[in-house]
Design a protein around this ligand. Structure first.
Ligand code: AMP
Ligand code: GLY
Length: 419
């Protein structure tokens, strides 16, 4: 099979790594890709979120399948354009991807599907929103629209609730409409399903680490590291999440003429009253995908192909034994203002039992230099979480670039919870 993968992050490097292991793969392109995917695929300088260019590339190379990594191409209608051209695509059409792009749409779908989630109200008027927030005290304020992770503020008291509404209102267009919701407490986990529009299979449960600093301190980021399996739900409970969250959501989208083909990612809060959905994403998580690809004990390609064609067989997936940990190495200044152009050293000294996925880095004069906030995800698998952590951090210790920072506690919550 000839496959075109869209995106340029660590997630895409991990997807390319996994797809490359498939005996069914004959050729892999990545648009635009990064120095990591370049070793596994042919990188093509085509913008992933330009539907016409993607269709033209897919036609030119007669690809059998397009796999979409990030949300931007989905929102831009790449899957719609590919459907029109008759090219199978793993990734939902724009109307279905709105479940990630619009928090108000996501809430509407959840209400119709009966999916457990935080109580909420939607506002278009910042003054009304502020009055409501102040009355509630503890509240979460969310911009309606993609705001690159900056559109969500968790406020634990009246003063911060007021400031949160003002800050989100000040975001401009995406902040004009906002969702104010009940503050949920518990363990936050990522539950992802591969979906064919009707059927789904659950990927192992994983946990991201969103705050920049150890012990969940500092500002939110795209994710500073992940591990899988997260030991907070057993196989039966994960299957229940499939039945109570994924299945009804797929059914509602399908009824609306928006069959969801791709990854439906439920960000869950495991509250005392059971799992509740914090948000949906319409794509693989990053950095969760890096560890999920290491934990997936079977070929990814037939699965995503079956999803794209609407022919998925619902069944439990084969998981690799043990656990995987991925530590994000970030650039100085991330998440506010990452510093670019730092030379990355030590990759050749990384032990063989670890895998480094490249994200915000580029080749310059024959050397790998930083070019974004999240530079690398350093991953390792082990017989258990503790061993996977040791290996991942041993590999992290081999890598250096000026100003680098990373969390030292990726997977620690899992260690504490393990039976
Ligand atoms: P979101 O972009 O909706 O995932 O929100 C970003 C982060 O804010 C989440 O990963 C949670 O850590 C936090 N968050 C979002 N909604 C809530 C909520 N209702 N209660 C508590 N924390 C939340
Ligand atoms: N790691 C969180 C996300 O991909 O949205």
């Amino acid at each position: 099979m000839k496959v075109l993968l869209l995106g340029s992050g660590g997630r895409e490097h991990a997807l390319a790594w996994k797809l490359s292991q498939s005996p069914r793969l004959t050729r892999l392109w990545c648009a635009p890709g990064n120095p990591g995917t370049a070793k596994l695929a042919t990188n093509v300088p085509v913008k992933a979120d330009a539907p016409d260019e993607v269709v033209a590339l897919a036609r030119r190379e007669s690809v059998d399948l397009v796999v979409v990594g990030p949300e931007a191409p989905l929102v831009a209608g790449v899957a719609d354009a590919l459907a029109k051209a008759g090219i199978p695509c793993f990734g939902p059409v724009a109307g279905a991807a709105l479940i990630e792009g619009s928090k108000a749409f996501a809430k509407e779908i959840m209400a119709e599907a009966g999916v457990p989630t935080a109580a909420f109200r939607t506002f278009t008027d910042a003054v009304e929103a502020e009055a409501y927030a102040v009355a509630q005290g503890r509240i979460v304020v969310k911009a309606d629209g993609l705001a690159a992770g900056k559109g969500v503020i968790v406020a634990h008291d009246v003063d911060s609730a007021r400031q949160a509404v003002r800050a989100v209102a000040a975001l401009g267009t995406s902040g004009q409409r906002m969702v104010l919701e009940e503050l949920l407490e518990g363990e936050e986990v990522s539950a992802m399903a591969l979906c064919d529009g009707e059927r789904y299979v659950m990927l192992p449960l994983s946990q991201d680490h969103k705050r920049v600093g150890d012990g969940d301190t500092g500002p939110n980021t795209g994710g500073m590291g992940a591990y899988s399996p997260a030991p907070f739900l057993d196989a039966e409970q994960l299957a229940e999440v499939g039945e109570s969250v994924i299945a009804p959501t797929l059914a509602v989208l399908r009824r609306r003429g928006l069959p969801f083909k791709g990854v439906l990612y439920a960000g869950l809060m495991l509250t005392r009253n059971g799992p509740k959905v914090l948000e949906f994403n319409a794509r693989f998580g990053d950095p969760e995908t890096q560890v999920l690809m290491m934990q997936l004990g079977e070929d990814l390609l037939p699965l995503v192909d079956a999803c794209a064609r609407g022919q998925l067989q619902a069944r439990p997936l084969v998981a690799a034994p043990g656990a995987s940990v991925g530590v994000v190495m970030a650039a100085e200044g991330y998440p506010e203002a990452p510093r670019k152009g730092q030379r990355i050293d030590g990759l050749d000294a990384v032990p063989e039992d670890a895998t480094v996925f490249v994200a915000g880095a580029e080749m310059r004069d024959g050397a790998l230099v930083t070019s974004g906030g999240r530079v690398l995800t350093v991953c390792a698998r082990g017989d258990d979480l503790a061993r996977a952590r040791e290996r991942a951090y041993a590999a992290v210790a081999a890598v250096r670039f000026e100003g680098m920072h990373f969390r030292h506690d990726i997977g620690v919550k899992g260690l504490k919870a393990a039976p």
